[in-house]
Design a protein around this ligand. Structure first.
Ligand code: PAN
Ligand code: ZN
Length: 169
């Protein structure tokens, strides 16, 4: 079933009012992303911070819809590495994604299956476009939350495993 038409504000609060599903990812769930194991242990000994939140509009949608998520990626570091999203490829079909920065600043690391890596700026008022075949991970290089809107086809399957193996290195 296709999503109902809507027009709402482009903020996490407006998304929540519209019934968005909110997924919170904490450091303990994401610890495998970071290379500095001691820094991970030190931080987890003090608590388990929320690294990012994804606001996803309510399903059902069908494959002709669009996914129009907002992500809030908090500022922080683990050792020398900034807070980051897990990152994934789109599979079946491997279609593009556009990211529009709403506030804060950072980068989108994009990587092909053959290992080719590029970096795109993510910042308020900028659109960053990763075509099909590019996995994407966003990092917050600033000291305020990086809030961004991401749109892709709703027909994608998120492939986290291939991106984890390459790991944007
Ligand atoms: C984004 C991401 C979101 C969280 O909406 O899903 O920023 O990142 P991870 O999914 O890698 O945890 C997107 O790329 N959607 O396809
Ligand atoms: Zn994506």
């Amino acid at each position: 079933m296709a999503m109902e038409p809507f027009a709402i504000g482009l903020t996490p609060a407006d998304y929540e009012k519209h019934g968005a599903l909110v997924t919170r990812r904490t450091l303990s769930q994401l610890q495998a992303l970071y290379t500095d194991r001691e820094a991970v242990e030190r931080q987890l000994a003090e608590g388990d911070p929320v690294v990012y939140e994804v606001y996803e509009l309510p399903h059902p949608n069908d494959e002709t819809d669009l996914l129009v998520n907002i992500t809030v990626l908090y500022p922080g570091k683990v050792g020398e590495e900034p807070f980051m999203t897990k990152g994934h490829f789109h599979a079946e079909p491997d279609t593009a994604e556009a990211v529009i920065g709403l506030s804060g600043s950072g980068e989108m690391l994009i990587q092909r299956r053959n290992g080719e890596l590029r970096r795109l700026v993510v910042a308020e008022g900028k659109i960053s476009y990763a075509g099909g075949g590019w996995s994407h991970r966003v990092i917050n290089t600033g000291d305020v939350p990086l809030v961004f809107f991401a749109v892709s086809g709703a027909n994608i399957v998120h492939d986290y495993d291939t991106a984890a193996r390459l790991n944007f290195k």
